[in-house]
Design a binder for this molecule. Structure first.
Ligand code: ZN
Length: 281
């Protein structure tokens, strides 16, 4: 769609998003609402109807101000909001702005800030992790990728270093999980979990019982190894269930949350052995 030529017409201004395309009825004079909200609404409507698409040009600041009947300062503010949301690029020079073709980091950044503000309760983050990471573990097991498996093995080796501090281990643990999720190739799911990464890391460290660290660490290493074994064995069902169990244990250890498994059973005290994690050889 975005590669096609088209001509876009605002109520009072006509512009070329690309020459020769269909006209868009877009702007109305603005009243009480905040300008950027109106611009966002109209942009969303034009995108939903297919009149605009990623890569298309928007009118420049002067043209937009005329189209919406507002000051250029208001349009500049609106464009800054759109830029912050990762929807447009604002180039230097006289060209109008363009709708981004790549999502960038704005979404993960926004999610991170919401999580940092405590807008979502910790249980919601745990459930989100269970849904997405169990899926990712199953997906990776069903479609194993040698590069990803090698990265997981390397992760396990690095986490086995006995000189690691809890903080360093924790960073590697988060990276291990990110490798699984990003290894599935679903960029949207990876993006959502990237947004959760910092809050997961902080919860792990805040909730950590340093007195029991050596035991916790041994448990985590054992669980990670088992998870990789299931993935390598292409056992999607076990990989998925084990990931769920592993995250529920994490929730218990760090947040004292006793979550319910997808099979309806409470699952997650660190000593619960829903998947019968074998002892260290
Ligand atoms: Zn883990």
């Amino acid at each position: 769609m975005s590669s096609l030529s088209r001509r876009v017409t605002l109520t009072r201004v006509t512009f070329d998003s690309k020459p020769g395309g269909p006209a868009v009825e877009w702007a109305e004079p603005l009243k009480a609402r905040r300008i950027f909200e109106e611009v966002l609404d109209q942009l969303e409507a034009a995108l939903a109807s297919g009149q605009l698409a990623a890569g298309d040009r928007l009118p420049n600041e002067r043209e937009l101000a005329a189209a919406f009947g507002v000051s250029r300062a208001s349009i500049r503010e609106a464009l800054r909001v759109l830029e912050t949301l990762g929807l447009i690029d604002i180039p230097r020079g006289p060209d109008g702005v363009r709708l981004r073709t790549e999502p960038g980091n704005a979404f993960a950044h926004l999610l991170r800030l919401h999580l940092a503000l405590g807008h979502y309760d910790p249980g919601s983050v745990v459930e989100l992790r269970v849904v997405l990471e169990s899926w990712a573990a199953a997906k990776l097991a069903s479609n194993t990728d040698e590069g990803v498996l090698a990265a997981l093995d390397q992760s396990l080796r690095r986490m086995a270093d006995p000189s690691l501090t809890p903080e360093a281990f924790n960073a590697l643990d988060v990276e291990f999980h990110a490798t699984i999720v990003e290894g599935c190739g679903n960029e949207l799911i990876a993006l959502v979990l990237r947004g959760c990464r910092r809050v997961i890391q902080q919860a792990m460290l805040q909730g950590l019982n340093y007195g029991e660290w050596e035991t916790t660490r041994a448990d985590l290493q054992r669980e990670h190894r088992r998870l990789v074994e299931f993935i390598k064995a292409r056992d999607s069902a076990s990989a998925s269930h084990f990931m769920e169990d592993h995250i529920h244990r994490w929730a218990w250890r760090t947040l004292s949350l006793d979550m319910t498994s997808s099979n309806g059973e409470p699952s997650s005290s660190p000593r619960a052995t829903a998947m019968n994690v074998p002892p260290e050889p």
